[in-house]
Structures are given as structure tokens and as C-alpha cells.
Design a protein around this ligand. Sequence first.
Ligand SMILES: [Zn+2]
Length: 331
Amino acid sequence: MKKIIFGILSLFMSLNALVASQDESNLTFCQECTPPEKRFTITNFEALPKIRILDTSNNQSIAIRRYESNGISYYLVVDPQTLETRQLPVSQIHSSYGTASTELLTRYEENLIIESDPTDIGNQGVKCSNNRLKGVFLTIDMCQSRKEFEKLLFQRLSERESPISVGIAMTGLWAERNLPGIFNHAQEFSYLRSLNRHGKLKITWINHSYNHPYDPEQNDFSKNFLSTPGINFQEEVLSVERMLLSYGEAPSVFFRFPGLVSSSDQINTLNELGLIPLGSNAWLEKGEIPVDGSIILIHGNSNEPGGVEKFLKLLEENSEMKFNSLLDLFK
Ligand SMILES: [Zn+2]
């Protein structure tokens, strides 16, 4: 019996190896990116109440998380003007001076307060720029999927002479967890990080929850997605941050609700965590048409090929289309 199980396992592993080697022939891998076996170990991870700090170069930042990466203490900090996040070793901190809410609001803190209708659970948060900005904001969701990713999409995006800014909404289930019977997407995740590291794309990592719960049988959305009974919302958010940090990537201040379905409690929790909910007014698969300032939503996990097809057509017809960084949403 053991032999049979071993035989099946070997066959399964060699099939996986075959799939992997086929992938390798087509994908460029990132030598500089952290491979899964060399990931940083993130421990003692905790959310902070937005502590204002000065680093040793006298830059003001707002610390939103504290943790240890391979035993070294860090803060995850936000630049309150640019909204950029970075990992800052605690040793580079000059001083802290109170929680952010005790002093005048910075641009970052103002942007956290997103008008949302507590009675509406759909598409809350920022849906577009309100500042008549030329161009669009591209966001690509990577929910769990049993398919290979949209390779052609990422190839087309990375072909531009000046790299395109793109927000990629990442889930743990897509990036690193095996689903029964199929390989995970660790290699494709590595490929995306490779495009980022080599300046082919400018990626802002959006948090899309770790497990992205979804029950196709549940039509009452107030009990589906992250509102599924029993879901620990805060843990869903923080575990994606831990995952990204373990690969040496800084999570951004943006969160995309799975299915664009939220509750007012969850939006309040995001605000407390220092994160900004990101909706969309141009979900291409649903037939919404992007205009200047739109946040475009497509899926890069092959779950909505129709949206990707529309986007690639748009890209082809508008070779000069400007793709803004999500960090410029409030400019
Ligand atoms: Zn999703």
C-alpha cells in the first residue's frame, strides 16, 4: 500500500516538476528576489496606533506596524506626504512623538477618512481620483485561482518603454498556498516581483485579504466574502502584510475588499489599521468604461478573461495612455 501511495506521490511530483519546467522556459525569474526557501521570518508582528516618528535623517514618518524580521526589529512606516511605505529598522529611529491623532492631521491621515455609506455594502472606499488627473489607475486582483495567471497581460504591460504603474491586489491563497490537486502560484508571484525589481513594472502591493472567502451559493452578500460568519477580518488583513514582508516587499496603505463587498465595521477597522479601502468605477468585466481618473479593475488570475481582453484592446488603441501610481490618487 505504501509503495502505491509513494508511486502516486512521485508521479504527482514529477508532473508538477514538468509543469514547473515548462513555466521556467517562459518566465524570467528574479535572482535578486527572495525565494520561498529564503523568506524572512516575521515575528512579534503588531499593529500600532499610528505613532509619529523621526528617523535619524530627520524624516517624519508614521509607524503603523512593529515586528521582527529575522530577529531584527523594524517599523513599517508611511510617509505622510507621499503615502509611500517602507521598512525602517528601529535602530534608525531618532524619536517618537505621540500618536498621529493627537496633532494636526497630515495628508495621509486626512485620506484615511473615506466617505462611505454605512447602509451600502458594495464598492465603498476610493473609486477614482477627484482631482481631474489625466490618465487612469490600473488595479489587478489576484484572488485564489486554479488557473495559470494572465501571462500575456503582464507581458504586454511590461513591454512599455517607461514602466507602467500598477496596483496588484494580492491574496495569500493565490501566492503561496496549495489548493488540493494543483500547484500554487509561487513562481508566478516570483515573476511579478521580478518585473518590479527589474524596473519593467512599478508595482504597488494592495492587500486583498489572505483567504479571500467566497461562497458562490450564498446570494446574501452581507454574509459572504469577508463578512462570512467566523472570519477574523483583522487577521485576514495583517497576514497578507506578514506574507509580503517575508518576501522583502513593503505592503502599501491600500486595501481592496474581495468582491468589493464590505461592512462599515470593516472600514472602521481599516482606518484604525491605517489603511485606505480601494473601490473602482471601471470594473471592465462589468462593462464599466474608464475615464480620466478612473480606478480600473481587472483580474490577473484568469478568472475574468473578458475584462483582460477589453483592457488589452484599450491598451492597443491608446498607446499613449497614462497609468498613474495609486500614491497619486489624492494629488
Ligand atoms: Zn478578489
